[in-house]
Unconditional design. Structure first.
Length: 279
C-alpha cells in the first residue's frame, strides 16, 4: 500500500516536471528562431573621408573649389580703379584624376567649373559687377603625407571662359544686366598659377592668380551707330582664395545575395551603408 501511495504522489510531480521541461524547450526554440531571423539581414554604417589607394595606381576624386573670395587690381590708363572683394559660392565644382608615385609625392589633373569675376567702382555713382564661368584643366603636384591627406600642392591651370555676365548699377539701382555665351569681352583662354595646403583628409585652402588681363582690350561694340572700345584702357589682374575640397569616389558591387559599397584603404569620412541578405 505504501508503494501505491508513493507512486500516486510521484505521478503529479513527474507530470509537472515534464510540462516545465517542455515549456523550457519551446522557449529556447523560439529564442533561437528570433536570433536566426535577425542575422538574415545585416545593415552597417561607416563614416569615411579622403581615400587614397596604395601608390602606383591612379584614382579619381570629386574635388574642386568651394566658396571663392576674389580680388582684383584694376587700372584705367594706369590709374587705379576702386574695387571691392567679390564672394561667390555657386557653382564651383570639379573632378580630379590622381596618381601617387609613393606616400609623399603625387600628381593630379582634372576638370573644374568656376565662377570668377570682379566688382569695380569707377566713380561714386557707378558700380559694375562682371563675372565669367570657366571650364579649367589643372595640372599640379602634391608633396606631403598623402596617406593622411595632409600635403602641399601647386601647379597651373588653363581656363576657357564660356559665359560672361555684367550688371550696371547707378546710384545703387540696377540699370542694366546681360550675359553672353563665349563673349569677346574677355579672353577666351585664361592661364593661371595656384598653390595651396591640404590640412586634413578632405579640405584645404588654395590661392590662384590669373596671368592675363580679365578684359579684352580689343573688344569693339556699336552703340547708337558709333563703334566704341569700352575696355581699351582697362586692365585687371585677378586672384582668389578658396576653401578647396577632395572626396573619395565610392564603388558599388552587387551580387544575388549582397549589395556592398567598397572604399579604398585610408578612407575616413563618407557614409557607407552595407546590407547583406542571406537566404
Amino acid at each position: 500500500m505504501k508503494i501505491v501511495r508513493y507512486a500516486m504522489l510521484c505521478l503529479p510531480l513527474t507530470a509537472a516536471t515534464t510540462l516545465y521541461a517542455q515549456e523550457e524547450t519551446t522557449t529556447s526554440k523560439a529564442d533561437t528562431t528570433v536570433v536566426t531571423t535577425e542575422t538574415k539581414r545585416k545593415v552597417s554604417y561607416h563614416f569615411h573621408i579622403y581615400a587614397p589607394p596604395k601608390p602606383g595606381k591612379g584614382y579619381v576624386t570629386a574635388g574642386g573649389n568651394g566658396a571663392l573670395l576674389s580680388f582684383a587690381n584694376v587700372k584705367n590708363n594706369d590709374e587705379r580703379v576702386r574695387n571691392v572683394p567679390r564672394f561667390t559660392l555657386f557653382f564651383n565644382i570639379g573632378t580630379n584624376y590622381n596618381y601617387d608615385f609613393n606616400n609623399n609625392i603625387g600628381i593630379f589633373s582634372g576638370l573644374n567649373i568656376k565662377n570668377i569675376g570682379l566688382i569695380s567702382k569707377p566713380n561714386d555713382s557707378v558700380k559694375l559687377k562682371q563675372r565669367v564661368y570657366t571650364l579649367g584643366v589643372p595640372v599640379g603636384i602634391k608633396i606631403g603625407d598623402l596617406r593622411s591627406g595632409t600635403f602641399l600642392f601647386f601647379g597651373g591651370e588653363y581656363d576657357m571662359a564660356f559665359n560672361y555676365k555684367e550688371k550696371y548699377f547707378l546710384d545703387g539701382d540696377k540699370k542694366t544686366k546681360f550675359n553672353e555665351w563665349f563673349s569677346d569681352r574677355t579672353d577666351l583662354f585664361m592661364p593661371s598659377l595656384f598653390a595651396g595646403f591640404r590640412f586634413g583628409p578632405a579640405f584645404g585652402v588654395k590661392g590662384q592668380y590669373y596671368l592675363n588681363n580679365f578684359y579684352n582690350s580689343d573688344f569693339t561694340e556699336t552703340v547708337n551707330g558709333v563703334k566704341t572700345q569700352p575696355y581699351k584702357n582697362l586692365k585687371a589682374n585677378m586672384m582668389f582664395v578658396t576653401l578647396s575640397y577632395n572626396f573619395g569616389i565610392k564603388k558599388h558591387h552587387k551580387t544575388k545575395k549582397t549589395t556592398t559599397t567598397e572604399y579604398r584603404k585610408g578612407t575616413r569620412v563618407i557614409i557607407e551603408k552595407r546590407t547583406e541578405i542571406v537566404d
